[in-house]
Design a protein around this ligand. Sequence first.
Ligand code: ADP
Length: 396
Amino acid sequence: MSQTVLVINSGSSSIKYQLLNPKTGQVLAKGLCEQIGEPTGLIRHVAHGNTTVVTERVADHGQGLQRILDLFEKCGPKIEDAGVVAVGHRVVQGGSYFDGPAIIDQKVHATITKLCPLAPLHNPAHLKGIDVGKKLLPDVPHVAVFDTAFFHSLPEAAATYALDQTVAQEYKIRRYGAHGTSHQLVSRQVSEFLGRDDLRQIVLHLGNGSSASAVKNGRAVDTSMGLTPLEGLVMGTRTGDIDPAVVFHLARTAGMSADDVDVLFNKKSGLLGLCGDNDMRAVRGRANAGDTQARLALDIVLHRLQKYVGAYVAVLNGLDVLTFTAGIGENDGELRAELCAHLTFMGIELDEDANAVRSPEPRVISTPQSKVTVMVVPTNEELEIARQAMSLVEGR
Ligand code: ADP
């Protein structure tokens, strides 16, 4: 029987899941349970090419996961026959404690709990998924795979904010990064594709949430997300970098509370705040139809990207590979071309035909003469979580 991993990504009001074979990458089933705790919940289960949709109230995460397991039983594949060797849980914040995946025992559970103040929206939701998952699937090891692990070994100079160190240490304020699972997978695939470990890479993970990383010889040396996933690039609804004094200004002049500013910066800004749409396809469509507000939003996104690429080229003292990934990075050829048009100073030359190709495979989109190789590498965080969970369990 093939060995599989059930990957669970438990959010505050949702549970995303995939049952997959980490060796082949085959997805046996996947789905999403949404609107947990609301009057009507929605579960979508895809298996054997069929989609089953259930709409009924899902009171809490325990009920949500139970319903998901019922759907596996009813629509397949049956969990007990699926060769599940581990359950892999995505965990956003591993703090300074985890540089790789960890089997969730009491100590690991306690550490994830201790880290809740650093990820108040995410870690408590992950713990719910872990607790009900362990209860419902008690016979297999449960593994936590941390978004921060790849950035655990950032050089001190990159990870440390220029903040009073007594305060920083007491409140554990440093750059933890996020999207690490994706940056690790993508940078490793680039190395494998090019058959070289000694690479200076920049990875641009551009989705609803976006982040950049600088990777030298397989190790992350800088990343744009910081204490939380708010810092860095312009995102769907997040500001990215902004003068922290805007917070004091809004508190003093607009009477906003910390929570008000949190919502403003995280949920109402970015593309949405700039032009009213947070979906890049809509923004791109409007800009191409001559909408100046959407065009300005795109230009702000591009300007920030240009600044990060320039900064990371300096951090890396040169660049071998620039890679695009995630929803926008993989699909928006215009954005890739627009950014690369600003990077000709370092000898980047895009191959227009290669850039226009849509494919689920890693591919080079620069010309053979280009001084920097430009690539598109589709990310697959679930597969990476499954692989890490399985290799940890196999290595026990
Ligand atoms: P996340 O996982 O952060 O929610 P994704 O990686 O799925 O996000 O990326 C979502 C973003 O990708 C959205 O802004 C969406 O508009 C954008 N996207 C998807 N397909 C395209 C496309 N063909 N052209 C431009 N943007 C696209």
